[in-house]
Design a protein around this ligand. Structure first.
Ligand code: EPU
Length: 412
């Protein structure tokens, strides 16, 4: 799937945000902890979530979707995630902790040859081992067996996925656990709240030090997926790049603090209780130096948006990607095809803003594709972006949403 974007239109209007992919995936991963109904509202219709539902269904869960409400119930009939489905999304790893806690065994295929190296899960696995679970792995899969027992564990890095898996394992573990240096992303906090609604005893919700009293059984929950802060940032970036005026509704402005701290001094930004309005009267003179880091600092998932904004602004910007180094290189090359001046050395991009022009570019990942779309909106002429299936993993209809604000994007 490709986007054909005719750049130059000013975006104007109001748009609502839907549920966050990374919250929905974590909550769905936790659904294996109970046979009772997990009812999720505001569950986005995006391909990563549909693939996670397919994975649960393939493993025996009953899954019903009606609009943006999803109901998951029943038990698993296998604890081995089939490779054909699990390899469709990185988030499939989020069923590991819950499966081993509930069934005392789990098998998760890993993609590619040097799987653990290319897609590290060492923190997930060393945390499970600290809980007394036996972990074995081949190049293709990881096997976990044993009953999790309460323990103290410090994550060597505040990994989102590892925190989520370990929380699920600790929730049904025998005894009490303390997890230190946990991720504090809003999506992790939402999982903590849902687990507590299911009967878990987690204290320290939203903090990096968590105490979990294991319980024997968890029950169902009726929970609402939090708004997608990355989608909100995407719409705001599109407004900023096009000298536009956009109000993003149904979001949580505090979840956007790090992003708004960078944009807020350069644009006219107004925060409301559940909305943010951004008006751009002139392109800024660069964005200074921005480093990605775990929440509450600047998120890696908004880095490609910022790179595009920097490329089409006027002055110098330095972007340092500390989480996923390979997220810089590809988009830098694509932006340079559009006339950009982006030089990447290691994990640092130096950007000198200038007027971009249309070109044929490709998206190699979800966030990169969104970033290129923002760049194309402000470029002169037509941009063809291929690889839009990556974008569809996390956006329900990015082209339609931006078109509703005045963009000119054709999907082919
Ligand atoms: N890491 C390890 N070992 C581990 C786990 C992680 O070395 O066992 C490293 C990673 O290689 C990376 C860093 O730790 O350098 C952060 O990874 P983290 O585990 O926090 O990321 P994740 O759980 O795999 C989630 C989101 C990502 C988002 C990151 C960072 C989901 C499903 N995914 O991934 O979202 O970028 O946190 O915030 O929640 C996206 O939405 O496009 C996306 C990639």
């Amino acid at each position: 799937m490709d986007y054909i974007v005719r750049g130059g239109n000013r975006l104007d209007g109001e748009i609502a945000v839907y549920g966050a992919k990374n919250c929905a995936l974590a909550l769905l991963g936790a659904s294996v902890l109970t046979d009772d109904q997990i009812i999720l509202h505001n569950c986005p219709v995006i391909s990563d979530v549909e693939n996670m539902l397919l994975l649960l269904r393939t493993m025996g869960k009953k899954v019903l979707r009606s609009g943006d409400t999803v109901v998951v119930s029943g038990g698993l009939n296998t604890t081995a995630a089939p490779k054909s489905v699990a390899s469709l999304l990185r988030g499939s790893a989020l069923i590991l902790g819950g499966t081993v806690a509930r069934y005392h065994c789990a098998e998760l295929p890993l993609p590619g040859g040097c799987a653990i190296g290319a897609r590290p899960m060492d923190i997930h696995l060393s945390g499970l081992e600290a809980l007394g679970v036996t972990v074995e792995h081949t190049a293709d899969a990881v096997y976990c067996t044993g009953v999790p027992k309460g323990a103290q564990f410090t994550l060597r890095f505040a990994s989102v996925g590892a925190t989520e898996n370990l929380l699920c394992a600790c929730a049904l573990a025998e005894g009490e656990s303390t997890l230190a240096n946990c991720a504090t992303e809003p999506e992790v906090a939402a999982l903590e709240l849902m687990l507590n609604e299911m009967g878990a005893e987690i204290s320290g919700v939203g903090q990096s030090l968590l105490h979990i009293k294991g319980v024997a059984r968890l029950h169902g929950a009726d929970f609402t997926v939090i708004p997608d802060r990355i989608v909100a940032a995407t719409y705001l970036s599109a407004a900023a790049a096009t000298l536009g005026d956009v109000t993003v509704r149904d979001c949580v402005p505090t979840h956007l603090d790090a992003f708004l701290n960078v944009l807020g001094t350069r644009f006219n930004v107004k925060r409301y209780e559940n909305a943010v309005r951004l008006r751009c009267d002139a392109l800024p003179d660069g964005y200074g130096t921005v480093r990605t880091a775990p929440y509450p600092l600047f998120p890696t998932d908004m880095q490609s948006l910022l790179l595009s904004l920097a490329a089409c602004s006027r002055g110098k910007t330095t972007v340092c990607e500390t989480l996923f180094e390979n997220r810089l290189e590809h988009n830098a090359e694509q932006l340079n095809k559009m006339g950009g001046d982006v030089i990447v050395k290691g994990n640092v991009a130096t950007v000198h803003g200038r007027k971009l022009h249309g070109a044929e570019v490709s998206a190699s990942d979800l966030r990169g594709g969104a970033g290129l779309t923002v760049a194309a909106l402000c470029a002169e002429g037509m941009t063809k972006i291929s690889g839009i299936e990556h974008v569809n993993r996390g956006y329900a209809d990015l082209a339609g949403d931006l078109n509703s604000l005045g963009a000119d994007i054709v999907v082919i």
